[in-house]
Design a protein around this ligand. Structure first.
Ligand SMILES: [Zn+2]
Length: 271
């Protein structure tokens, strides 16, 4: 019943106004108490400056929209996936002197994940996919630790910006408020993007330390030193068309991942 309803509602313009059965925030207990959800999806973003032209919730809009579209595609293939509300704060330890860059420490993220996984584990939803939208969030060590604590859980994460080959869509390099993120926001939330002539160039200063420059040594970037406008990567040639193509590519691949995760036997996942 739910499946039929959802497919019906995803056709035509109704879809934007109807309840989406795969989005927890839009669901109700009447439908959900009878439902067997196979996999929970947790979008996780950040609240931070994105050059002069993109909104603070850029990473949240990205992770949430891509997760929702992927879940819709999976639902159309009969997979009962449920997208949890997006966690809007990320690790922003390197932006402590930039206004309203809100920070959750990794240890806080571990505590949040542990509490949410406790609920899922107790209720028999043993698959969780974290869809990350922010480079400072590093979920691998957290999921390693929680995997030991919750042996019945299958914990998976993906960084949406590493799904698919970004350079097929965007020539210029960048990783923050760049052409990719600006194109995505022009597609997803154009009303929140300031005119691109107001954007800074997103120039990244080079480290004075050779090992860090070459990428084989690492230190967290001090954001107020590395970029004058908080951007890394030139956003000037961004377009909503490029954003839409990239969005569809990434969402399609993520949708297939959800289908594959739902199908796999947790105790027999190698061939
Ligand atoms: Zn971002």
């Amino acid at each position: 019943m739910l499946f039929v309803y959802s497919v019906f509602c995803s056709i035509g313009t109704q879809s934007k106004k109807s309840m989406r059965s795969y989005i927890l925030a839009e669901s109700n207990w009447k439908d959900l108490r009878e439902e067997q959800i196979q996999i929970a999806i947790l979008p996780w973003g950040a609240t931070e400056a994105h050059n002069y032209h993109l909104p603070y919730a850029t990473d949240n809009f990205e992770a949430e929209s891509i997760a929702a579209e992927a879940a819709r595609l999976a639902w159309e293939k009969g997979v009962k996936a449920m997208v949890l509300p997006t966690v809007p704060f990320g690790v922003n330890t390197g932006q402590d002197d930039i206004a309203f860059c809100m920070n959750l420490n990794p240890s806080t993220q571990l505590a949040i994940l542990r509490d949410l996984i406790t609920v899922l584990d107790r209720q028999g939803v043993h698959k969780l996919l974290v869809v990350n939208g922010h480079g400072g969030n590093e979920f691998k060590p957290l999921l390693r630790q929680l995997g030991l604590e919750f042996p019945r859980m299958f914990l998976v994460m993906t960084n949406f910006f590493q799904i698919g080959n970004r350079s097929d869509f965007f020539e210029e390099k960048g990783d923050h408020a760049d052409k990719m993120e600006t194109s995505l926001l022009l597609h997803l939330r154009p009303e929140l993007v300031r005119p691109l002539e107001e954007a800074g160039p997103g120039t990244e200063k080079r480290s004075k330390i050779r090992g860090i420059r070459e990428g084989w040594a690492w230190s967290e970037r001090k954001w107020s030193q590395v970029s004058a406008d908080t951007g890394i990567g030139n956003p000037k040639k961004a377009t909503s068309e490029k954003g839409e193509k990239y969005f569809n590519d990434v969402s399609g691949k993520l949708g297939q991942l959800i289908v594959d995760l739902a199908a796999v036997d947790i105790n027999d996942r190698y061939e």
